[in-house]
Design a protein. Structure first.
Length: 458
């Protein structure tokens, strides 16, 4: 019944004008800001994050709604393309909605990773069926309430609650599937989408590196690394879990980084830095990664303890390659440090991963940008951990390798929810040629036209 209602609602919604949809999203933008206290309470209640980390979600959704509200008309209007024959063929490309978009969202950013994908899908004229994680359905429902208060018609966005079975229903019935979550689940959903021949986009796991060059401002790099590693208690696909420091500044950086890490406050108020982990099960998973690494020979410079669901920010060194956390995504407030001698060595180690989601380079801008251009990652931040690239919503965001397919943000973040339709109108002369000219004569005429076209047509 959910998808039946969605398809009926979509048939009406797609008939609304883009300016009407834009007005709804701009009202939603205002409601998100005006009622942010309610949203922050809901996010914190369900996810356990600090107040400032919860505010990041409010900020992100407002920015995304504003960006696509103003961008949609230009992206969705028909565009002209070069015709088959100059002057007599006029060609344009139209954009139509996919239909019903399915979004399967995770628990770690229950507002951002549900609504920020729904916004462009809705603006493109689609209906959306959203399946939030079972732990964070309340945040999703509050977001739906605000969208409907802004003017979104009933059933254009619906929430389907439940676990894996609900996710399977979404994957089995939607016309396009957007997923954020683990690489293992993403691979299964991609196979299912492939069997159905529907579009699929996914942001998956990451084991994101941070490189500190010899030219880095160490104080700035250490403070930035703390934010990059421990925001949202490390429960962030683009957070840093590996740090590579040039040997000439390794001691200075490590000492300062550890000292700053020890100063972090655990709690949920505005003055606290890190909230708690999502569940006891997840806490045990994070703790087991650390204890296993220690048993393999790793040393803990700080952290490695917990109080309830609060896991202390943890910094490791001497992590052997065979330890699980060396290559696996921990998804918690855990990072290890290694040193390097040459830039080539740092780049090689940073790229030595099945993942390629995000990376960070700290140093003088020119050499740092040169390093950034060699990294196998969808986003690379210079002198920032992840926020600069993520916050640049006019630029694409997504992963290389096993970190995902497709992109969110930028024009692609909306256009992926559309189908293109090429409409070509032929005038005066048919493509097959005039009836009073032989085929050989027409072939010669086209050959001459092609030779001239090489010189004069671009």
């Amino acid at each position: 019944m959910t998808f039946l209602a969605a398809r009926h609602a979509q048939s009406l919604w797609s008939g609304t004008s883009v300016p009407e949809r834009r007005a709804i999203m701009l009202r939603f933008h205002d409601l998100v800001l005006d009622r942010q206290a309610e949203l922050l309470d809901a996010i914190q209640l369900e996810s356990g994050k600090s107040r400032s980390d919860a505010f990041d979600e409010v900020l992100d959704v407002a920015v995304t709604a504003r960006h696509y509200a103003y961008r949609a008309a230009r992206l969705l209007r028909p565009t002209r393309a070069k015709g088959a024959l100059p002057l007599v063929t006029s060609t344009r490309v139209e954009r139509a909605p996919k239909g019903v978009v399915g979004i399967i969202a995770p628990w770690n950013y229950p507002l951002t990773l549900a609504v920020s994908d729904a916004v462009p899908a809705l603006l493109a004229g689609n209906a959306v069926v959203l399946k939030p994680d079972e732990k964070t359905t309340g945040t999703a429902r509050l977001a739906l309430e605000l969208l409907q208060e802004a003017g979104l018609p009933e059933n254009v966005l619906q929430i389907l609650e439940g676990g894996a079975e609900a996710g399977q229903q979404v994957a089995a019935e939607c016309d396009y599937l957007m997923f954020t979550g683990s690489t293992a689940v993403g691979r299964k959903l991609a196979a299912q989408a492939g069997q159905r021949l529907i579009g699929f986009s996914a942001e998956l796991g990451g084991k994101n590196p941070l490189i500190v060059l010899e030219s880095a401002d160490i104080e700035r790099a250490a403070r930035g690394a703390v934010k990059a590693c421990f925001s949202n208690a490390g429960q962030l696909c683009i957070s840093v879990e590996r740090i590579y420091v040039h040997e000439s500044v390794a001691d200075e950086f490590t000492e300062r980084f550890v000292a700053l890490t020890k100063q972090l406050r655990l709690g949920q108020s505005w003055t606290d830095d890190i909230g708690h982990l999502i569940s006891e099960e997840h806490l045990q998973r994070v703790a087991s990664f650390v204890s296993s690494a220690v048993s393999c020979g790793a040393r803990v410079l700080t952290g490695g303890t917990h109080d309830g669901l609060y896991y202390s920010p943890t910094v490791l060194v001497d992590v052997p390659h065979h330890a699980d956390l060396y290559a696996a995504e921990v998804f918690g407030p855990v990072v290890y440090i290694e040193t390097f001698s040459t830039v080539d060595e740092a780049v090689t180690r940073a790229n030595d991963s099945t993942y390629g989601l995000n990376a960070s380079v700290w140093g003088a801008v020119r050499p740092a940008r040169e390093v950034a251009s060699q990294l196998q990652a969808g986003t690379v931040n210079v002198n920032e951990g992840f926020a600069a690239a993520w916050g640049s919503v006019d630029a694409p965001m997504g992963g290389w390798k096993q970190s995902g397919v497709g992109r969110r943000h930028a024009d692609e973040g909306l256009l992926k929810f559309t189908e293109s339709r090429t409409v070509a109108v032929q005038r005066l002369v048919q493509i097959s040629g005039p009836t009073d000219l032989s085929r050989q004569g027409y072939a010669k005429a086209l050959t001459t036209a092609l030779r001239l076209g090489k010189r004069f047509l671009r």
